[in-house]
Design a protein around this ligand. Sequence first.
Ligand code: FES
Length: 121
Amino acid sequence: MVHNTLPNGKSATANRTRLCKVDDVVEGNPVAVNVPGVQPLAAYRVGDEYFVTDNVCTHAYSLLTDGFQDGEMIECEVHGGTFDIRTGSATGFPCRTPLKTFDVVVADGWISVISPDSDDQ
Ligand code: FES
């Protein structure tokens, strides 16, 4: 078991949910992750870092993994709204509501998140 402390001080071992293999996530090709009991998630690579957000666009229903990644920006394929993958901020019209983001742990070749089913982030 890996014991890491995240920048926010949370223990990386608390409520960790394994999502997908690191090698499956290539920059420009985000991966849709469906874990039973958890909302659809998207895993991204930006440079040497990995990020996880909700996968459903906050404007209307569309999976962001069907959109277009350009660096740290993900563009929704339906109306062209954009989000910052790192922060979840809505950066392009018509999106106004930010995406939920998750604390990511990379260990043993896997990408995991902390408490993906929690609403307290
Ligand atoms: S559904 Fe994503 S921008 Fe409209």
